[in-house]
Design a protein around this ligand. Structure first.
Ligand code: SF4
Length: 266
């Protein structure tokens, strides 16, 4: 995502009028530090609250953590550091501890996002933005192929609703580097390069969207029923079923199920 893209997004978001928060997420946004920090400055100057989600890889010592965070002081109102056994060998990594300490020193509000292991059964359910503290794993996206094998398998017919997103009245969207506007990662409702965000939101119609309408009616299980997909296996959770069904439906609904990277195609 270029500075020009970020500028266009922020301008469109401003014109929508109701958007309060802009989050910089990845992948890992600190890999593009100059672009990220300039984007944050611009967002803050335009009156948005700014958040960022990072794995803290850059906090290789307290001193380094300080230097990375100093330019963001006064711009970032939520620094979320992911630290768990997917990112590091220990649940709260040294990088995470240094990032927390440095953020505290320079008054950047900070917290830890920690995802429980698939087989542990631990963690609180989350809805929307991940809450701080340990969060139950959601089997979303292309990582499910690696992770689902470790989870208890469930009958697909029980997944009759989307447990995490309010698809009728969404409170947030995700934008990707090629312009797609996602209601949940991999389910697109438009592209900000083709239509203004205000137009995309005004025209959002969950009743006619072939995937969203189906999810509202009967959750991921309804995707199998409506589109006559044969269940392949047991599923770890609703998101696992949703993702596997969408992989099968991609050829049919290429316009709204993308981009390729979300589905593990590079
Ligand atoms: S992956 Fe499907 S079931 Fe899971 S939150 Fe997204 S839309 Fe809902």
């Amino acid at each position: 995502m270029t500075l020009r893209d970020i500028g266009e997004i922020l301008q469109q978001a401003k014109e929508v009028g109701s958007i309060e928060w802009i989050y910089f997420e990845g992948g890992e946004p600190f890999l593009f530090y100059a672009t990220m920090s300039k984007g944050m400055r611009q967002a803050a100057e335009m009156g948005f609250k700014v958040g960022v989600v990072t794995n803290g890889y850059w906090a290789t010592s307290l001193e380094d953590a300080r230097e990375n965070l100093k330019p963001l002081a006064g711009l970032v109102q939520d620094l979320s550091v992911s630290s768990d056994l997917f990112h590091y060998d220990e649940k709260i990594s040294r990088q995470c501890q240094w990032a927390l300490a440095a953020a505290d020193e320079i008054s950047i509000p900070v917290g830890v996002i920690s995802i429980a292991q698939p087989c542990s059964g631990n963690g609180a359910q989350s809805s929307g933005q991940l809450p701080l503290g340990e969060t139950k794993m959601m089997f979303r996206g292309r990582a499910v192929d690696k992770l689902a094998a470790e989870a208890a398998a469930c009958d697909w017919q029980q997944f009759n609703e989307c447990p995490y997103e309010d698809l009728n009245e969404p409170g947030r969207v995700h934008l990707d580097a090629v312009g797609n506007v996602h209601i949940c990662q991999g389910i697109s409702i438009g592209n900000f390069h083709k239509n203004h965000l205000a137009e995309i939101f005004a025209n959002y119609d969950p009743v006619t969207h072939p995937i969203i309408s189906t999810l509202i009616k009967g959750g991921p299980a309804e995707l199998l029923r409506r589109y006559e997909i044969t269940p392949q296996e047991n599923y770890a959770d609703a998101c696992h079923l949703c993702y596997q069904a969408r992989v099968i439906l991609r050829d049919r609904f290429a316009q709204v199920l993308g981009p390729d990277q979300v589905y593990g195609v590079f």
